[in-house]
Design a binder for this molecule. Structure first.
Ligand code: WTA
Length: 668
């Protein structure tokens, strides 16, 4: 936590200056699930008065239990908390069968909006049938409760069905984003010990056919993946791919003849529903393990609280199922509450940057949830081409907007509020993480007065606080470390295969071992107590809302035979929030001019191949060396200043080689 002090200090200096306040529109507040601050306060008071009773009530009201729980929270083995552990349920039963029983059978569950603009509605009955056949297909291959299954697919009904099918039979899925490289995929297959990989032949994005199956083949050929017995391939494009006899099969061949009924596997609420890999500050990506009961409770409840979901809403979350947002707010949350949702295959800029607005109009979307990066890039696009400005589209069905994944700057918030929401839609700026399973700090759209750039207040039952490095509360107006003081149902259970890393990383002894450390800095407004997230306090970057560890990128760079040393830092970026800037020392002499350009391109592509295109540094600067202390420690703090193009004002007298700073000032 070395950078914490700096972080806290800069938060203090910057303090949120925003003074604009937007009350929830009266018409919205009137009909909202949580209407007015008194209702919010009452829920918070209920949680404070009887924490377990509060969660038990919500778990009974929101989920269907095959065997009711008697134990609510078990803290005996803290921080390995257990929720509702003696209760039994099935996540897929809660998402699908429940809807067949309560009159939603013919309701549209998913409107699939394909890359090319064709759309297909899928009812709850049809989705149930698809999932049951899929689940029976997996069972026919011997896949069973507790097995791990990797899902490497693009946005599709089949992708959601694959997740639900695993849940139905009690297999633990691990979805790997389709943009990750063969090497990243291989690492995840090995770490999870997966028995099967479900993939597609190719994916379609922005009119382009991109490989999936070929990357799976490459990953498996890298070795160490002997646990994988089956590769199941969904035919999306019909592109030319290789099939390995005895290992690979088409999804349709596996499922077409299966029964449309599949008795769900009832599991303990603590049964691992999924593992999702995410970046930390050190080492390899960590497999964040989530539960079944507590996780689904929060996915369902936040659909009601944060998104105020109603039977007639059309919900659209633009995330990918490869990220946690796509888990909680595509694959599970919307289905658990019987909502209709759009599942989008394409990209925001194809066939043009009006695609989001056009799709909202086409499907009469009422709740829209996207990332600040997408908003910022669409602002830019509509400045260039006024035809794609939201004003040209019928967005009258929208009633609520949301953002996720990174801080939203107040100006982008205002643009979203005025031009997309037309000043009548509340915006929920939802702060949360892969580890938290669902929203943590967010306005409630019918209650909380909104301030652009602030995620406002914790949800009822979420005991978020800001502390100093010794774990003591800091007063409002003073920046510090964001923590959660009590366990909550959808929290991470452990890091797959690495409980020690879970314990030391998220419940550090320095903070007393009982507080969840989010990894972000934050500050609360002096008057309102509103939270503003000031950014990560560790070496994790957030590029376009994608989390990446600087160490991972550095390791990828030094794996290149040309590279002697590399240091990676984040640099503020108008569109992507942060961008990746790499300082590299080659084994050969420092390149300049055209040579430097060529080598930078080569290294960028190398990182793309090692991790995936999202990890490619935007900028690479070459030096004869890196700024180091006399004990040989790289001074990343100085590199961050150089990356921003700012002048170094800090004392550099402890540097071994101060002259190097001059060389690294500018892009090579
Ligand atoms: C950042 C994404 C500010 C934060 C759901 C966090 C945010 C990391 C917000 C988690 C927000 C997410 N405002 N920052 N509304 N939402 N973050 O695991 O730094 O991909 O720790 O989960 O994104 O990213 P992850």
């Amino acid at each position: 936590m070395t950078s914490t002090a700096n972080q806290a200090q800069s938060a203090q200096q910057q303090g949120p200056q925003e003074s604009r306040v937007f009350a929830p529109p009266a018409a919205f507040a009137e009909q909202a699930a949580v209407s007015g601050m008194a209702a919010y306060d009452a829920l918070c008071a209920e949680a404070a008065a009887d924490y377990e009773g509060f969660w038990a009530r919500l778990a009974r009201e929101n989920l269907a239990w095959q065997k009711p729980f008697t134990s609510v929270l078990n803290e005996a083995d803290a921080p390995f908390y257990k929720w509702f552990e003696d209760g039994h349920l099935n996540v897929s039963y809660n998402c699908l069968d429940r809807n067949l029983q309560n009159g939603n059978a013919d309701k549209t569950a998913i409107i699939f909006e394909a890359d090319d603009g064709t759309s297909t509605p899928v009812s709850y009955r049809q989705l149930h049938e698809k999932v049951c056949k899929f689940a029976n297909g997996l069972k026919s291959r011997g896949i069973k409760k507790g097995d791990r299954v990797i899902i490497y697919m693009s946005m599709s009904v089949e992708g959601v069905a694959a997740m639900q099918a695993c849940a139905r039979i009690g297999a633990t899925h691990s979805v790997v984003f389709g943009g990750f490289s063969a090497k990243s995929l291989q690492e995840r297959i090995i770490d999870a010990g997966a028995v099967a990989v479900i993939t597609g032949d190719e994916q379609l994005r922005g009119g382009k056919q991109l490989p999936l199956k070929a990357i799976v083949d490459e990953a498996l050929a890298l070795g160490g993946c002997e646990s994988v017995k089956d590769v199941i391939v969904y035919k999306r494009t019909g592109g030319n791919i290789a099939m390995v006899a005895g290992r690979d099969m088409w999804l349709s061949d596996l499922v077409d003849q299966q029964s449309a009924e599949c008795e769900p596997e009832w599991v303990s609420a603590e049964h691992p529903l999924f593992i999702l890999y995410t970046s930390g500050s050190t080492g390899t990506p960590k497999g964040v393990q989530h539960s079944s009961g507590g996780y689904l409770l929060w996915a369902a409840l936040t659909m009601k609280w944060s998104f105020d979901i109603k039977p007639n809403d059309v919900f659209w979350c633009t995330a990918d199922i490869g990220w946690v947002t796509g888990h909680s707010y595509i694959a599970y949350g919307p289905l658990a509450v019987g909502a209709t949702q759009v599942v989008f295959e394409g990209i925001p800029t194809y066939p043009n940057a009006g695609r989001f607005w056009d799709t909202i109009a086409k499907h009469k979307v009422s709740i829209f949830y996207t990332a600040p990066t997408a908003i910022r890039s669409l602002i830019k696009a509509s400045d260039v081409d006024p035809k794609v400005h939201p004003n040209n589209f019928d967005l009258s069905t929208l009633r609520l907007l949301g953002t996720v994944g990174e801080p939203i700057n107040p100006e982008a918030w205002m643009w979203y509020y005025n031009n997309v929401g037309r000043e009548k839609c509340p915006i929920v700026d939802t702060f949360w993480q892969t580890e938290t399973g669902g929203h943590m700090i967010t306005p409630l759209p019918g209650a909380t007065p909104m301030v652009p750039g602030s995620c406002t207040l914790p949800l009822p039952g979420i005991m978020a606080a800001i502390v100093d490095e010794a774990g003591h509360d800091v007063p409002n107006g003073q920046g510090g470390i964001l923590v959660v003081k009590r366990p909550w149902p959808s929290m991470i259970r452990t890091i797959w295969g690495n409980p020690e890393r879970f314990k030391s990383g998220y419940f550090p002894e320095e903070l007393g071992g009982k507080m969840y450390l989010a990894g972000d800095g934050a500050i609360r407004n002096k008057e309102t107590g509103y939270f503003t997230i000031t950014g990560r306090i560790d070496d994790v970057l957030n590029v376009s809302g994608h989390r990446m560890g600087t160490m991972e990128i550095e390791s990828a760079l030094v794996a290149n035979p040309l590279v002697a040393e590399a240091a990676v830092v984040g640099k503020p970026d108008d569109t992507t929030g942060e961008s990746i800037c790499a300082f590299v020392v080659l084994k050969q002499a420092r390149p300049t001019g055209e040579d430097a350009k060529r080598l930078a391109l080569e290294l960028r592509n190398w990182v793309g191949k090692e991790i995936g295109p999202i990890a490619k540094p935007k900028e690479i600067r070459f030096g004869d060396n890196l700024p180091k202390t006399r004990s040989g420690k790289i001074m990343r703090r100085l590199l961050r200043v150089l990356a921003k193009g700012e002048t170094i004002t800090q004392d550099v007298s402890t540097l071994e080689n101060p002259a190097i700073l001059e060389q690294l000032k500018e892009a090579s």
